[in-house]
Structure formats: structure tokens, C-alpha cells
Design a protein around this ligand. Structure first.
Ligand code: MET
Ligand SMILES: [Zn+2]
Length: 788
């Protein structure tokens, strides 16, 4: 295979592209291959062959869909995560994994997976959410000791592989500024150390990386810099601005073409703002902006002059949601941008983000109602949209006509606007968002519940055994009747209730055996939602979720959880806690309609939950938990947008719960993130009891909680449910002692970090035994009755 040596004249950026494409495979082939490798059922070469087939399949599919120009097909494959992939390329692997590295410093594939997943008491890299998406990346650990050196180049090999198949792809890698801003200080770093202080050293490795791409024949490389659109950093905007300037001058000016490919720096997920001008002042050849979630950058004379001969890649097709694009509106955005930048600047069309956030194709959804399906665009359909927009209404009239037809059809379809739902939200008043005052509630609840100090409870789910999964699958396939299925669930509930009684827990749960997923379960039981068959999106590593599609006005045709909760309550004299998923989390983990404000959709969901709580109350359930683990996740990346979000998200939770009687104890549960930033909002939820993930971070949340004057019940998780490790009684006693000092005995609840559904029974039972024993020890010290 021969290719042209890069010349010094800048190659043209393709007129249409996508920022990235799903990596997991249309039928989750990568997930299956990776997991069978982990299980010892496949070898490294076998896994490599599946990966190669997937990469080839993606290139062929995208070329078939029309991304024919050089560099328009992204090459973004990774076995686990794109941030981990950078760490592996540049050798930034924590010391505890040093023995896994080969003589040249590279990790082999098993080594890479060990860093991602841990091994024995070697903890994996921490995992956290990627910007405002439900994708999780691995957090690099960077210190003064980290050596940055290009030690391996699977990304370059993947490019070369495409080239040998006759396709000039565009490699996609996470950029250096984002990589460092997403990193945390290594264990040995001094107090206050900032990974960004290592930028210059990291740039040396990127320089070699870009050279390697150029040598392999790459014309364009995409560097993803979503950190530029976020205000979430400890660094000031001035420091980030300085880092951007330094990084991209080093990579585009100090390293000159043809030593490197042309550089496309993409800043997806929100408004790029002033970082656009920073990039324009460097030598990068193309800049990508998100015009779906974000606003167009300000273009003044200086920026315009600096940009002459270069490309703005306009993300006008939503990479993060599943609706067909309003092509007229997107074309108008493109026109406005072209006008602002003038004829000297090239404008190319793209998706707003990588398409890893959406499923492969609507063609794979034969069971989806045809009318709904016609409104949707998954990854492949979005490729058609960027191509139509690049061609324009003159050259692609059918696509534009179809887009108008779809918009009209969607607006008029039954179920999209349901008058009874609208009447109800329109009639809401301030009072619907407020409960009675807290002291009155406490008195009423104490009279009903009669709980000991430091009450013990769990977060809701108990281990999902294979029997439960088999029962659900058999029901779906019609192998067992609904009666037999419900009987199996009741048997499980009865078992879980008696287990909790034996353990000595105070507030019991039914264990959620009937739920495949805490959001999908509600989506399946509410009007206004649809679920997909193959609509998987990568959540982390080999894990995928299948978000539901919230397409219409939401209402509750019938009670959802009441039967299960009342059955549980019938098996015990202790209080049973009803278990619901909150409006914000239901929105965050679904694909949500884009034709009305999220706040309005959230209130519709909230009213459905409010009715469910009323029915639970009528059935005699004294405690109801409304889970909001995603509260932090939807927080806008730009500080200026955050208050409006917090206002509507908190309001929707309150709308869901404020109909409860004073005597009904409302709990909420949060996990997955650092909550310090939204502690005020958590207080604003006005729940009687809040359980919050805390064990993994060694209760670091406690000072925030006590500092914020949080006055109601609080259950900082005392053990991490993400690992099978059983915490000792002494360890839990210590955590409880710390928590007690911080929040006081009248407020403290005792619970694990999160639900137990991913755990096995042996470790669950031992851990809960220790939790109860530790609580009794601490109660004894308080001079309280030990028996709960
Ligand atoms: C991710 S939060 C999970 C809460 C849910 N009630 C459970 O226990 O599984
Ligand atoms: Zn949780």
C-alpha cells in the first residue's frame, strides 16, 4: 500500500464528519469478546481478531453511509476507555502497576485490563462520569514522579490498519489539557499538587505521538478537549486558557507540518466561550464547537483574521440524543456561522459530540412502533444527517423535506401532547412543592415508626441472583406465565424480608427483585416511554445500558410498585420502605424528548411519582425512598447555567414528594459522584432522610454536610458495595464514630453506600451483619437500647 507523504499545504478538512462512533458493536460484540477473555474463554489473539473485525466493520459501514472523503471516518477504537488509552500510550500508569509493564514500559492487554479493573488488593483506577454524560472514564493518577514517554501506539496501528484496507481515517485521541484536568494527584504527590503542572512534560510525549501519526500517513488527527467547555476545575479560567495556548502552540507551531498531521481540536458538550479565541491564536488547523448544547463562539475581527484558511467544525447534529435533526434549523445555524466567519474560513458539518452516546441504528429496532421509529436518528442515521447538511437543501432536497414531515408528524401525534397531563401541570401552585415544617413531620413520623437511635436500613436492592434473571427472561420469552413469575418474585421478597429480620435491620426493603433496571422498570410502567431492543450504549468498559426513550407526555396508567411493597409489608411487623426512582434520574438515564424544556418533562414524571406515593401511603407504607443518584450528573458544565438546573431539578423532586403526609417519612439516595458542589440542592430536596455514598471517599462528604447546616436525617454510606470486600465490624464502627461526631446522634442513619444488586449473597450477609454489630456497639456507647 502506498500513500502520499504529507505535504506542507494543509489538507482539506472533510465537509462532513462525526466526532466518534460507537465502539461496542451493533450486537455488543466487543462486550462479549472482552468478557469471555476475562473469563478465560478467549485468548489475546482471539480478542484481537474480534476487535479488528469491529474496526473494519465500522470503517466499511461509515464509508457505505457516505463518509467517503479522506479523514472523515474517525478511528477511535479502544478496548476499555479513551482516557485510559492515553495513559497507556504515554506510560502514565501508577506505580502499583509497575510490574505489569514490559521492558519498553508498555502494558499488554491483560495488564491494561488489570489497571482498569484492579486485582486483589491492588485498586483499579477510579472511575467517574465523563462530562454530563452517562459514560464513565478511568481517572489517571499523576504526580511529580510520573514519567511521560510514548511507550506504545495502538492508535497509530489502528490508523495503519485502515490505510492498508484503503481508508484514510482520522485518529481521535483525548487532548493533553483534558487528560491532565481529568487526572487526580497520585498517592505520592504533595498536598495541593496539580496534574496540570506536568503539561510541558506530557507535551513531549504528544509530540512524539503526532510524529508517529504523520509517519504512518495520517492527514488529520482529532484531539478531544471537552475540558475547555467546563467550569468544573480547581484551576482558574486564566490557568486553563494559558494551558490551552501553551499546549497547542507546542503541538502546532513548535512541531510544524509535515512533521505532524493537521490538527483538529474538538470541544464538545457545551459552549466553548473564550477558549475558542485561545485556540484560534495557535496554529491548529481546525476547531470543533458544539452548537447543540452550546452557543456559537464570538467571532471578532482578530479571531476572524487568525482563522483565515482554517476550518470550524460545526457540531449541529446532536451526538447525545436520539431525535432526528431539524435540518432547517441546523442549516440556519450553519448559515449564521458562515456569515460570522466570512469566506476565508471553511465551515464543516459534524455531530456535536462523539456518537458513543447513542445506539447504532434504528434499523435494528423492528419492535419499536413505526411512527416513533421514524422520528429517531441513531448513529448511522446521524451520518446521513451530517451529509445532508453538508450538501445543503439545494443538493439534498429530499432529506430536508423528510425532516419537515417528521417534525410535523411528531408535533401532531397522539400521546406527544396529552391534554389531561398538560391541565395538571398548568394548575400547579407553589403549595404543591412544599411539605409541612420539618419538626412537625419528625413528631408525626416518630409516633408511627418508633425507631432506635442510628436506625439501620439498606438502599433498596438485594443481590440479583441468576434465578431472578432467569425468571425475568423466561417471562419475556413466554416460557412461564405472569402468575408463575409473580409467585417467584413474592417468594424472593419473603426471603429477603426474613433475612433482614434475622440480621436485625430496622427499616426493611422488598429488595427490588422485579427490576431489571431502576429507570427502565418505571419507563416500562409509565405512558410516554418506549424501550428499545438493541439500543445499547457503552456506560464503562464492557458495560452497556439501554436507555428508554421518553417521547410523549408522561402519566401513570396504574400503580407500579404498590403490590410488591404491600406484599413485603405483609411479611413483617417492621416498617417497610417503598422504593421509587426520582424524576431527575429518570430523565438523566433516558433519551428525553427535545421538544420542550426538561423542567416541564420532569414535572410530568414527578406527578406520576406523586400519585404512586399517595397509593403507597394508602396501602400503609410508612417510609418511601425516592432515589436521585443522577442529581449531580445533569449539573451543567458551565457555572452560569447551573442555578437554573438546580432550581428545576430540586422542584421536580419536591413536586414528587410534597404530597406525602407529615407522618410519611421520605428518604432520598444519592451516589456516584462528589456531592460537595450540590450540597445546597440536596438540602433543598427537603427529604426527611438522605443516604449518600461516602465510604469510598472515606466520609469526605461529612464536613460539607455538617458545614452546610443540613438539619435532617443523613445516612453516609458505611461500606462500599462496588467490591466484594467485606468490611470488618471495627472498620464500620470507626466510620460511624466519625460520622456521629460530625452529624450528631439524632440525625445519623446507618446504611451501605448503594444498592446490593451487583453483589453476591455471602458477602452481603457478612457485611450487613457487621453493619448491624457496629451500630449496636456505637448505640451502647450512647447509652441507648442496643436492640433495634
Ligand atoms: C444507583 S442508586 C441505586 C438505588 C436503588 N434503590 C438500589 O438499591 O439499587
Ligand atoms: Zn446508589
Amino acid at each position: 500500500m502506498s500513500y502520499q507523504q504529507p505535504s506542507t499545504s494543509v489538507p482539506t478538512f472533510p465537509a462532513a464528519t462525526v466526532l466518534g462512533y460507537p465502539r461496542i458493536g451493533p450486537r455488543r460484540e466487543l462486550k462479549r469478546a472482552v468478557e469471555s477473555f476475562w473469563a478465560g474463554r478467549a485468548t489475546v489473539p482471539e480478542l484481537g481478531a474480534v476487535a479488528r473485525e469491529l474496526r473494519t466493520g465500522t470503517r466499511t459501514r461509515l464509508a457505505g453511509l457516505g463518509l467517503g472523503e479522506d479523514a472523515s471516518i474517525p478511528s477511535d477504537f479502544t478496548f476499555y476507555d479513551q482516557v485510559l488509552s492515553v495513559a497507556a500510550h504515554v506510560g502514565a500508569i501508577p506505580d502499583r502497576f509497575a510490574d505489569l509493564r514490559g521492558p519498553g514500559g508498555a502494558l499488554d492487554l491483560p495488564g491494561l485490563f488489570t489497571v482498569a479493573r484492579g486485582e486483589g488488593d491492588r485498586a483499579p483506577l477510579e472511575m467517574t462520569k465523563w462530562f454530563d454524560s452517562n459514560y464513565h472514564y478511568l481517572v489517571p493518577e499523576i504526580g511529580p514522579e510520573t514519567e511521560f514517554r510514548l511507550v506504545e501506539t495502538p492508535s497509530v496501528k489502528a490508523f495503519a490498519e485502515g490505510l492498508s484496507d484503503g481508508v484514510v481515517t482520522r485518529p481521535v485521541i483525548v487532548g493533553p489539557v483534558t487528560f491532565l484536568l481529568l487526572s487526580k494527584p497520585s498517592a505520592s504527590a504533595p498536598e495541593g499538587f496539580s496534574p496540570l503542572s506536568r503539561l510541558d512534560d506530557l507535551l513531549a510525549a504528544y509530540t512524539d505521538w503526532l510524529r508517529a501519526f504523520a509517519e504512518a500517513g495520517a492527514t488529520w488527527v482529532q484531539l478531544d478537549e471537552p475540558a475547555l467547555v467546563s467550569d468544573a476545575w480547581a484551576e482558574t479560567p486564566a490557568q486553563v486558557s494559558d494551558a490551552v495556548g501553551r499546549a497547542y502552540r507546542a503541538l502546532s507551531v513548535d512541531l510544524a507540518r509535515p512533521e505532524r498531521p493537521a490538527l483538529f481540536v474538538a470541544a464538545p458538550y457545551a459552549t466553548i466561550g473564550e477558549r475558542f479565541a485561545d485556540l484560534a491564536q495557535t496554529g491548529v488547523e481546525a476547531i470543533g464547537v458544539d452548537l447543540v448544547r452550546g452557543q456559537a463562539p464570538a467571532i471578532d475581527g482578530a479571531v476572524r483574521a487568525a482563522l483565515a484558511g482554517r476550518t470550524i467544525v460545526a457540531g449541529v447534529v446532536d451526538g447525545h440524543n436520539v431525535w432526528r435533526t431539524d435540518l432547517d434549523a441546523a442549516a440556519a445555524k450553519l448559515d449564521r456561522l458562515r456569515e460570522a466567519v466570512g469566506p476565508e474560513v471553511n465551515v464543516a458539518v459534524s455531530t456535536s459530540t462523539s456518537l458513543i452516546h447513542v445506539p447504532h441504528t434504528t434499523a435494528d429496532e423492528p419492535d419499536l412502533e413505526e411512527r416513533l421509529r421514524s422520528w429517531l436518528a441513531f448513529a448511522d442515521e446521524k451520518v446521513g444527517e451530517v451529509l445532508a447538511l453538508a450538501a445543503g437543501p439545494g443538493a439534498a432536497p429530499e432529506a430536508f423535506t423528510r425532516s419537515r414531515e417528521v417534525a410535523a408528524d411528531r408535533a401532531a401525534a397522539p400521546g406527544v401532547v396529552v391534554p389531561s397531563v398538560r391541565d395538571r401541570t398548568a394548575a400547579l401552585t407553589d403549595a404543591d412543592f412544599h411539605r409541612g415544617d420539618y419538626d412537625t413531620r419528625v413528631a408525626a413520623q416518630d409516633a408511627v415508626l418508633d425507631l432506635p437511635p442510628l436506625p439501620t436500613t439498606t438502599i433498596g436492592s438485594f443481590p440479583q441472583t441468576s434465578e431472578l434473571r432467569v425468571a425475568r427472561a423466561s417471562l419475556r420469552k413466554g416460557e412461564i406465565t405472569i402468575d408463575a413469575y409473580e409467585e417467584a418474585m413474592r417468594a424472593e421478597i419473603a426471603r429477603v424480608i426474613s433475612l433482614q429480620e434475622d440480621l436485625g435491620l430496622d427499616v426493611l426493603v422488598h429488595g427490588e427483585p422485579e427490576r431489571n433496571d431502576m429507570v427502565q422498570y418505571f419507563a416500562e410502567n409509565l405512558d410516554g416511554f418506549a424501550v428499545t431492543q438493541n439500543g445499547w450504549v457503552q456506560s464503562y468498559g464492557s458495560r452497556c445500558t439501554r436507555p428508554s426513550i421518553l417521547w410523549g407526555d408522561v402519566s401513570r396508567p396504574a400503580p407500579i410498585t404498590v403490590g410488591w411493597s404491600t406484599y413485603a409489608a405483609s411479611r413483617t411487623d417492621r416498617p417497610v420502605k417503598g422504593m421509587l426512582t426520582g424524576p431527575v434520574t429518570i430523565l438523566a438515564w433516558s433519551f428525553v424528548r427535545d421538544d420542550q424544556p426538561l423542567a416541564d418533562t420532569a414535572n410530568q414524571v414527578a406527578l406520576a411519582l406523586r400519585d404512586e406515593i399517595a397509593d403507597l401511603e394508602t396501602a400503609g407504607i410508612p417510609v418511601v425512598q425516592v432515589d436521585e443518584p443522577a442529581l449531580r450528573e445533569l449539573l451543567p458544565l458551565r457555572r452560569a447555567d447551573q442555578q437554573a438546573y438546580l432550581d428545576w431539578s430540586v422542584a421536580s423532586f419536591r413536586l414528587a414528594t410534597a404530597g406525602a403526609a407529615d407522618a410519611t417519612q421520605i428518604h432520598t439516595h444519592l451516589c456516584y459522584s462528589e456531592f460537595g458542589e450540590v450540597i445546597g440542592a440536596i438540602d433543598g430536596l427537603d427529604a426527611d432522610v438522605t443516604s449518600i455514598e461516602a465510604a469510598r471517599s472515606k466520609m469526605e462528604i461529612l464536613p460539607d454536610i455538617s458545614g452546610s447546616g443540613f438539619a435532617r436525617g443523613i445516612g453516609p454510606g458505611v461500606y462500599d458495595i462496588h467490591s466484594p470486600r467485606v468490611p470488618s465490624t471495627a472498620e464500620i464502627t470507626d466510620l460511624l464514630t466519625a460520622a456521629l461526631a460530625s452529624v450528631g446522634e439524632r440525625k445519623l442513619w446507618v446504611n451501605p453506600d448503594c444498592g446490593l444488586k451487583t453483589r453476591g449473597y455471602p458477602e452481603t450477609v457478612s457485611s450487613l451483619e457487621h453493619l448491624v454489630a457496629a451500630t449496636r456497639t456505637v448505640r451502647e456507647r450512647l447509652g441507648a437500647p442496643v436492640q433495634g
